[in-house]
Design a protein around this ligand. Structure first.
Ligand code: FES
Length: 150
């Protein structure tokens, strides 16, 4: 019978295998790990490093360069509001200010800026978890957050 650590290692190894243990796929691998676990635990860096034949420092360096990757699980839902040019032109900065002033009642949220979610045609864009939100407004953001709680 496998220990919890061995089972976790097996999941990480399977993710690396799905990318042919290709070091060029490191960012995709980190996204997949974070998608599975909600963050990329420190212990997984060694497993990834061994699978890709890279050093742990190389994995950590890549991971720490991109603010999207988290070593710890977020304490609250993360609301990403795009600050790219198209979204700024459609009121994203005002949306971020309004949302910060009217967060969910009693619910902490983390608001993070992002710079283009690839949804410019539906600006202002936002993302909560895996949910991409176009023509975002405060009510839609709050609605998606409420749905996450269910
Ligand atoms: S600029 Fe916001 S989605 Fe592209």
């Amino acid at each position: 019978m496998k220990s919890a650590g061995e089972a976790a290692d097996h999941i990480i190894s399977a993710i690396c295998d799905a990318h042919d243990n290709n070091p060029a796929a490191l960012i995709e691998i980190l996204h997949d790990v974070q998608g599975q676990k909600g963050h990329v635990p420190d212990g997984d860096l060694v497993v990834i490093a061994m699978a890709l034949n890279l050093s742990r420092a190389e994995i950590f360096g890549t991971m720490s360069f991109y603010p999207d990757f988290h070593a710890q699980p977020p304490e609250a839902p993360v609301v990403k509001i795009c600050r790219g040019e198209a979204c700024q032109a459609m009121g994203a900065l005002e949306l971020a200010d309004k949302f910060a002033a009217a967060p969910m009642a009693g619910e902490p949220v983390e608001v993070e800026p992002v710079y283009c979610l690839g949804n410019c045609a539906l600006a202002p864009a936002a993302m909560i978890g895996d949910t991409l939100i176009g023509r975002a407004d405060v009510a839609r953001l709050q609605s998606v957050l409420a749905d996450l709680k269910k």
